[in-house]
Design a protein around this ligand. Structure first.
Ligand SMILES: Cc1cc2nc3c(=O)[nH]c(=O)nc-3n(C[C@H](O)[C@H](O)[C@H](O)COP(=O)(O)O)c2cc1C
Length: 447
């Protein structure tokens, strides 16, 4: 992560805060205010109570994520598909480790910044931790994000969603009465971050995907307390194990939907050791902010795209806007009714998300919900092209069924009259330099 940020700093793409900030609320407050006007990462050089610089919003930009995987603009999902196509992965295909020349030293959890994000949070949380663990039966490694409440130097409490591989690994270990060894990576190399967001099939290795994204074998080193290998360049590694048959209270916590999740019984991560690089940088992520939503979008959009292109022609891209609960698919229409088949396939690809699904033509900017909704309003009849599917379960953490049901909207041009829907354009409007008309002083001033 540090090398990537240094590269962004050299491009003048990082906002730097030199004054000291309070890890309780102030750091999160500055981050969300900065995100409202810029997608740049924010580097806090001095955070009270810790000697580590903290960086936020590293991944809060579609443009940067697209760049990181070597995709063309608008081609994130297609490039991701190229990177993740492979034969079923056997453990011996996992990237071999190389010698390390990055010194690390032991420290304690309390030397890390203790960041509290939202007013009613139960306490400080690690929000950008990537969990690396191996399937106790097959040895296939998995990477996934899980937030953790910081309880003491020896204990974190971790929320494991029921559909995730880490949850399944833990259940397998627990069935044998064993703890699941696990390393939490903070400030991992960017390919690890992208691979961790991806929900690959249980037999596929996200560690291997990380190397494909990096374009080379990611250098690895052995952990000190557990039998796992972690990326050499990771800023901070928390080594430990998720205990069997132990649950303890965790939360409230301000979650990605914009609300607090209430206290529940969560899993207990026993900390066995912490190692840091010299002058380590700490990655903090504000839940529900654009950084969180962009990473969740990587997971959801690529999974839906993968299911779509396996079955249907003409699928160009998928985005989750204006929130991760909403899916938008861009297609080049091939036949009458094509969009309806896309809608049905998209909502079948992932049962947690896609509360609404909208299909649009290739001339719509699916990263811009205003443009998507413009297509709904100008191309689609609500009485014929919108479908409500009642009583379909949605997001899993939903005891009151608030997320049941689906809304599907075909916002594509009527198939046999597409010519009538050519978007008008003014030649030169996109490329002219306004400063040469108004002068630079008059630009950017809105009333
Ligand atoms: C920043 C971030 C934080 C997340 N936090 C959690 C969490 O606390 N608990 C959880 O169950 N899933 C969480 N997720 C979702 C999973 O990490 C994600 O769906 C991942 O792809 C699961 O991978 P797996 O199915 O391969 O295990 C988070 C995702 C992101 C991007």
């Amino acid at each position: 992560m540090r090398e990537y940020l240094e590269h962004l700093i050299a491009r003048d793409g990082v906002r730097v805060v030199e004054r000291e900030v309070d890890p309780k609320f102030e750091l999160a407050a500055v981050t969300v205010r900065s995100q409202a006007e810029s997608d740049a990462p924010v580097l806090f050089r001095r955070v009270r109570g810790s000697s580590m610089p903290v960086v936020t919003n590293v991944y809060g930009s579609r443009r940067r994520l697209t760049e990181l995987i070597g995709a063309e603009e608008g081609g994130f999902c297609a490039r991701w598909q190229q990177l993740s196509i492979r034969q079923a992965c056997a453990p011996d295909t996992i990237v071999p480790s190389r010698a390390t020349d990055v010194p690390v030293r032991p420290t304690s959890l309390s030397s890390l910044p203790r960041i509290t994000y939202f007013e009613k949070d139960a306490g400080p949380y690690l929000t950008a931790g990537i969990y690396l663990a191996k399937d106790p039966e097959t040895g296939v490694p998995n990477l996934s994000f899980h937030r953790a409440m910081m309880v003491s130097d020896a204990e974190l409490r971790v929320r494991l969603g029921r559909t995730h591989d880490l949850t399944a690994y833990h259940a397998k270990a627990e069935a044998k009465g064993e703890a699941l060894e696990c390393a939490i990576l903070l400030g991992a190399p960017p390919p690890y971050v992208l691979a961790a967001a991806a929900p690959l099939a249980p037999w596929e290795s996200e560690v291997e995907l990380a190397s494909k994204i990096a374009g080379h074998a990611v250098p690895m080193r052995r952990c000190r307390q557990i039998d796992l290998e972690v990326p050499t360049h990771c800023e901070i590694v928390v080594e430990g194990r998720i205990l069997p048959n132990v649950l303890r209270p965790e939360a409230p916590f301000g979650e990605f939907q914009g609300y607090y999740v209430q206290q529940i019984q969560s899993h207990v991560f026993e900390v066995l050791g912490v190692t840091v690089r010299d002058d380590a940088w700490f990655h903090a992520l504000v839940c529900g902010s654009s950084e969180d939503l962009r990473l969740l979008e990587v997971a959801i959009a690529t999974q839906i795209y993968r299911a779509l292109v396996a079955r249907l022609p003409g699928v160009l891209d998928v985005a989750c806007v204006p929130h991760v609960m909403g899916t938008v698919v861009k297609i080049r229409q091939q036949y009458e009714g094509h969009a309806q088949q896309v809608l049905l396939t998209a909502i079948g690809a992932n049962h947690d998300w896609s509360k609404t699904c909208i299909v649009v033509d290739e001339d719509v900017d699916i990263d811009d919900f205003n443009d998507v909704w413009w297509a709904v309003l100008t191309r689609s009849r609500p009485d014929q092209r919108a479908t409500i599917l009642p009583n379909v379960p949605g997001f899993f953490r939903d005891p009151h069924k608030d997320h049941w049901g689906r809304l599907l909207i075909d916002a594509t041009r009527p198939f046999d009259r597409q010519g009538e829907y050519e978007r008008k354009r003014i030649p030169g409007a996109d490329s002219l330099d306004l400063a040469t008309y108004f002068g630079p002083d008059r630009l950017g001033k809105r009333r």
